[in-house]
Design a protein around this ligand. Sequence first.
Ligand code: TMP
Length: 208
Amino acid sequence: MTGRFITLEGGEGAGKSTQAKRLAAALHSRGIECIVTREPGGSPGAEEIRKLLVEGEPGRWDAVTETLLLFAARADHIARKIKPTLAAGKWVISDRFTDSTYAYQGAGRGLDRETIRRIEAASTNAFKPELTLVLDLPPETGLARAVARNTNETRFEGFDLAFHTKLREAFREIVQREPDRCVFIDATGTEDKVAELIWRAVAGRFNL
Ligand code: TMP
């Protein structure tokens, strides 16, 4: 049997990476083999493209170039890591995937949905996760956490608060538009509380 593909989404500093690891640990403890991966990145080629996207000035790329780079990275990630892992029967948890492009490049940077949809169809054949957990947090809180991390991956933190507020709305709309695939997770609680909400959603969806 092939593995399940789960994604975590949300704005900056919502705790996705921590929660991805916790979910993997919870699955492992029930005997389910899984890997954690991330976007942009996740495969050697896509990690190289990641550097182009997350470092440097906010205005470094226009919205369409940025979207093409993201889908180039994603196509490589799907072909070389996600699909082979699922085919081997393991589950894949990805810290971000295509919903981030609709939020950041669509709602945030203003690229129209139809253009993104066409690029998605052409590059990835609209390959989708089975379950997406959307972690919701006020953008002020998330940005403060992200800035405190002090890495050189600051490009998207450089966009203003209005940009990050649009992202939150966009992720909420995605949950409303695709309620069968997406689950809204209130990420304002403690790490344990958020992990519990996520586990409930995953266990419910896959009858664990
Ligand atoms: P991360 O901080 O969650 O590792 O993600 C890296 C940055 O890339 C983050 O600021 C969001 C951005 N991003 C997009 O703008 N579009 C996308 O499709 C993805 C996957 C990430």
